[in-house]
Design a binder for this molecule. Structure first.
Ligand code: BTN
Length: 267
């Protein structure tokens, strides 16, 4: 039964030390990230995983909603309590992108790629989105919630998403074992997270990230307000910025400030 997720199957299969060792599974939730936040506010431990079969108020980036049909996707969020400076926390999203890409490649054999900074695409279709939220206080980070939505076995998308969204099932013609995928994502995450903590940046991970970067050496359009610039993406630097060559000059593009589009389709 590749298509079932239960608390027990995750607990049985997971090989991490901490992340995902405590699991909350719900058939339905507003948003796994909102639930993880509630848990963190009540003192949840570092590594708590919240996953659900469906979300009725799934959140995307930039205030968008996230379609989360039941019985088919992976909707999961985990709590981190890193002892790092706030300025370095945004890189945890790129660590998640790398982990999901590695897990999809291993579990399905599909050539998943990263669209900077943190969308995962297969055959030019977005199969996964990542939303990282942070709560900080004057003395540092209280917690970070990493929310990951993978369209694993989703068969249909709302009309407005059909051009851009895809699923692992649709792109690979095979049902994905969601429980195994959750475990592998978290195992990769734990390993990459340890590498990240050594330097508090992506020094040890950027090479691998750049190998998976769908924008690498491609023409990209940078949209900043009403301004548009065109350049060639040269990969990320150790802080996770996308380096773009514009008129012979390398400009670091910082995630969240601008939107990067390829010149064809979604990518
Ligand atoms: C994006 O807009 O690309 C980010 C989407 C993130 C969706 C995931 S699904 C699990 C977690 N819970 C949410 O409400 N959002 C994230």
């Amino acid at each position: 039964m590749g298509n079932l997720v239960t608390k027990e199957c995750i607990e049985k299969c997971i090989k991490t030390k901490i992340i995902g060792r405590t699991v909350i599974y719900k058939e339905e939730v507003d948003s796994t990230s909102t639930e993880a936040k509630r848990q963190a506010e009540q003192g949840a431990c570092h590594g708590l995983l919240v996953t659900a079969d469906t979300q009725n108020a799934g959140k995307g980036r930039r205030g968008r909603s996230w379609s989360s049909p039941k019985g088919s996707g992976i909707w999961m969020s985990f709590v981190l309590k890193p002892e790092i400076s706030c300025a370095h926390a945004s890189m945890l999203t790129l660590v998640a992108a790398l982990s999901v890409t590695a897990a999809i490649r291993e579990v399905t054999g599909l050539e998943a790629m990263i669209k900077w900074p943190n969308d995962i695409v297969v055959h030019g279709k977005k199969v996964c989105g990542i939303l990282t939220e942070m709560k900080s206080e004057a003395d540092g980070i209280r917690y970070v919630i990493v929310g990951i939505g993978i369209n694993a076995n989703v068969k249909e998308f709302p009309k407005e998403l059909t051009e851009t969204a895809g699923s692992l099932l649709m792109e690979g013609n095979k049902t994905v074992d969601r429980c195994l995928m959750i475990c592998r994502v978290l195992e990769f995450y734990e390993a990459y997270y340890e590498s990240y903590l050594k330097t508090e940046d992506l020094s040890n991970l950027m090479k691998e990230y750049n190998l998976f970067l769908v924008n690498y050496e491609k023409t990209v359009k940078i949209l900043e307000g009403s301004e548009e610039k065109i350049g060639i993406a040269k990969g990320i630097d150790k802080m996770g910025a996308l380096l773009v060559e514009i008129s012979g000059e390398i400009i670091p593009i910082v995630s969240g400030e601008v939107s990067v589009r390829g010149l064809y389709g979604y990518v």
